[in-house]
Design a protein around this ligand. Sequence first.
Ligand code: CU
Length: 158
Amino acid sequence: MVGVSGVVRWAAAAVGVALVVAAAGYAVAAAAGDAEAPASGPGEVTVQLDVEHSLFAPDELRVVEGTRVRFVVVNGDPINHELIVGPPDVHARHATGNEAEHPSIPGEVSVGPNGVAVTTFRFDETGTFEFACHLPGHYEHGMHGVVEVVPADGRPGA
Ligand SMILES: [Cu+2]
Protein backbone atom coordinates (compact mmCIF):
# COMPACT_ATOMS: atom_id res chain seq x y z
CA MET A 1 0.00 0.00 0.00
CA VAL A 2 2.84 2.39 0.80
CA GLY A 3 4.29 1.81 -2.64
CA VAL A 4 1.04 2.70 -4.39
CA SER A 5 0.60 5.82 -2.31
CA GLY A 6 4.07 6.95 -3.27
CA VAL A 7 3.26 6.54 -6.97
CA VAL A 8 0.07 8.57 -6.61
CA ARG A 9 1.95 11.41 -4.90
CA TRP A 10 4.60 11.42 -7.58
CA ALA A 11 1.91 11.57 -10.27
CA ALA A 12 0.26 14.51 -8.50
CA ALA A 13 3.58 16.34 -8.40
CA ALA A 14 4.10 15.66 -12.10
CA VAL A 15 0.70 17.13 -12.93
CA GLY A 16 1.62 20.21 -10.92
CA VAL A 17 4.80 20.64 -12.96
CA ALA A 18 2.87 20.20 -16.20
CA LEU A 19 0.44 22.94 -15.20
CA VAL A 20 3.27 25.33 -14.43
CA VAL A 21 4.87 24.64 -17.82
CA ALA A 22 1.54 25.12 -19.58
CA ALA A 23 1.01 28.42 -17.78
CA ALA A 24 4.47 29.59 -18.77
CA GLY A 25 3.77 28.64 -22.36
CA TYR A 26 0.54 30.62 -22.31
CA ALA A 27 2.37 33.68 -21.00
CA VAL A 28 4.89 33.47 -23.83
CA ALA A 29 2.11 33.15 -26.42
CA ALA A 30 0.28 36.14 -24.95
CA ALA A 31 3.45 38.22 -25.05
CA ALA A 32 4.02 37.27 -28.68
CA GLY A 33 0.46 38.33 -29.47
CA ASP A 34 1.04 41.72 -27.87
CA ALA A 35 4.19 42.15 -29.94
CA GLU A 36 2.26 42.53 -33.19
CA ALA A 37 0.66 45.87 -33.92
CA PRO A 38 -2.06 46.61 -31.37
CA ALA A 39 -5.48 47.33 -32.82
CA SER A 40 -6.47 50.97 -32.69
CA GLY A 41 -9.95 52.14 -31.81
CA PRO A 42 -12.81 52.00 -31.34
CA GLY A 43 -13.93 55.59 -31.85
CA GLU A 44 -12.01 57.90 -34.14
CA VAL A 45 -8.30 57.47 -34.67
CA THR A 46 -5.88 59.38 -36.87
CA VAL A 47 -3.34 57.48 -38.93
CA GLN A 48 -0.57 59.20 -40.85
CA LEU A 49 0.37 57.47 -44.08
CA ASP A 50 3.69 58.67 -45.41
CA VAL A 51 4.36 58.27 -49.12
CA GLU A 52 7.93 57.92 -50.31
CA HIS A 53 8.98 56.61 -53.71
CA SER A 54 5.38 55.57 -54.44
CA LEU A 55 5.06 53.38 -51.35
CA PHE A 56 2.84 53.78 -48.29
CA ALA A 57 4.30 53.62 -44.81
CA PRO A 58 2.95 51.97 -42.83
CA ASP A 59 1.37 49.45 -45.17
CA GLU A 60 -0.34 47.39 -42.45
CA LEU A 61 -2.86 48.70 -39.95
CA ARG A 62 -5.06 47.00 -37.36
CA VAL A 63 -8.24 48.55 -36.00
CA VAL A 64 -11.22 47.41 -33.98
CA GLU A 65 -14.50 47.16 -35.88
CA GLY A 66 -16.52 50.34 -35.75
CA THR A 67 -13.40 52.51 -35.82
CA ARG A 68 -13.49 55.67 -37.91
CA VAL A 69 -10.01 56.19 -39.27
CA ARG A 70 -8.86 59.65 -40.27
CA PHE A 71 -6.13 59.06 -42.84
CA VAL A 72 -3.60 61.87 -43.18
CA VAL A 73 -1.66 61.24 -46.36
CA VAL A 74 1.69 63.00 -46.42
CA ASN A 75 3.12 62.89 -49.91
CA GLY A 76 6.89 63.11 -49.93
CA ASP A 77 7.03 62.55 -53.68
CA PRO A 78 7.08 65.27 -56.35
CA ILE A 79 4.20 63.57 -58.21
CA ASN A 80 0.47 63.01 -57.73
CA HIS A 81 -0.86 60.13 -55.69
CA GLU A 82 -4.22 59.07 -54.32
CA LEU A 83 -5.54 57.05 -51.42
CA ILE A 84 -8.45 54.73 -52.06
CA VAL A 85 -9.77 52.72 -49.13
CA GLY A 86 -12.57 50.20 -49.16
CA PRO A 87 -13.90 46.82 -50.20
CA PRO A 88 -12.83 45.09 -53.45
CA ASP A 89 -15.52 46.64 -55.67
CA VAL A 90 -14.23 50.12 -54.83
CA HIS A 91 -10.73 49.13 -55.91
CA ALA A 92 -12.00 47.47 -59.08
CA ARG A 93 -13.78 50.67 -60.07
CA HIS A 94 -10.63 52.72 -59.64
CA ALA A 95 -8.30 50.17 -61.18
CA THR A 96 -10.33 50.19 -64.40
CA GLY A 97 -11.56 53.78 -64.30
CA ASN A 98 -9.71 57.03 -64.73
CA GLU A 99 -11.19 59.50 -62.27
CA ALA A 100 -8.66 62.28 -62.04
CA GLU A 101 -9.75 63.70 -58.70
CA HIS A 102 -11.25 62.27 -55.52
CA PRO A 103 -12.46 65.36 -53.71
CA SER A 104 -15.13 64.36 -51.21
CA ILE A 105 -16.00 60.66 -51.12
CA PRO A 106 -15.10 59.06 -47.77
CA GLY A 107 -12.07 56.87 -48.22
CA GLU A 108 -11.04 58.47 -51.50
CA VAL A 109 -8.68 61.40 -51.81
CA SER A 110 -6.10 62.77 -54.21
CA VAL A 111 -2.86 64.25 -52.94
CA GLY A 112 -0.70 66.56 -55.01
CA PRO A 113 3.09 66.66 -55.21
CA ASN A 114 4.56 67.06 -51.71
CA GLY A 115 1.04 67.73 -50.49
CA VAL A 116 -1.06 66.57 -47.58
CA ALA A 117 -4.62 65.25 -47.93
CA VAL A 118 -7.10 63.86 -45.45
CA THR A 119 -9.96 61.40 -45.81
CA THR A 120 -11.90 59.35 -43.32
CA PHE A 121 -13.33 55.87 -43.54
CA ARG A 122 -15.34 53.94 -40.98
CA PHE A 123 -14.59 50.23 -40.75
CA ASP A 124 -17.85 48.62 -39.66
CA GLU A 125 -17.10 45.05 -40.71
CA THR A 126 -14.34 42.72 -39.63
CA GLY A 127 -11.97 41.43 -42.26
CA THR A 128 -9.14 42.73 -44.36
CA PHE A 129 -9.59 45.91 -46.39
CA GLU A 130 -7.13 47.24 -48.88
CA PHE A 131 -5.91 50.78 -49.37
CA ALA A 132 -4.12 51.71 -52.54
CA CYS A 133 -3.10 54.27 -55.12
CA HIS A 134 -4.56 53.39 -58.50
CA LEU A 135 -2.73 55.94 -60.61
CA PRO A 136 -1.20 54.14 -63.60
CA GLY A 137 1.54 51.77 -62.54
CA HIS A 138 1.53 52.72 -58.86
CA TYR A 139 -0.36 49.69 -57.54
CA GLU A 140 1.87 47.38 -59.55
CA HIS A 141 4.88 49.17 -58.10
CA GLY A 142 3.63 48.24 -54.63
CA MET A 143 1.65 51.28 -53.59
CA HIS A 144 -0.94 49.47 -51.51
CA GLY A 145 -1.52 48.17 -48.01
CA VAL A 146 -4.10 46.51 -45.79
CA VAL A 147 -6.27 47.38 -42.83
CA GLU A 148 -7.11 44.39 -40.67
CA VAL A 149 -10.38 44.98 -38.84
CA VAL A 150 -10.67 42.82 -35.74
CA PRO A 151 -13.73 42.12 -33.55
CA ALA A 152 -14.18 44.53 -30.67
CA ASP A 153 -14.60 41.65 -28.20
CA GLY A 154 -11.37 40.04 -29.38
CA ARG A 155 -9.23 42.66 -27.71
CA PRO A 156 -7.20 41.69 -24.66
CA GLY A 157 -8.90 43.12 -21.62
CA ALA A 158 -11.97 44.22 -23.55
CU1 CU B 1 0.52 56.78 -56.39
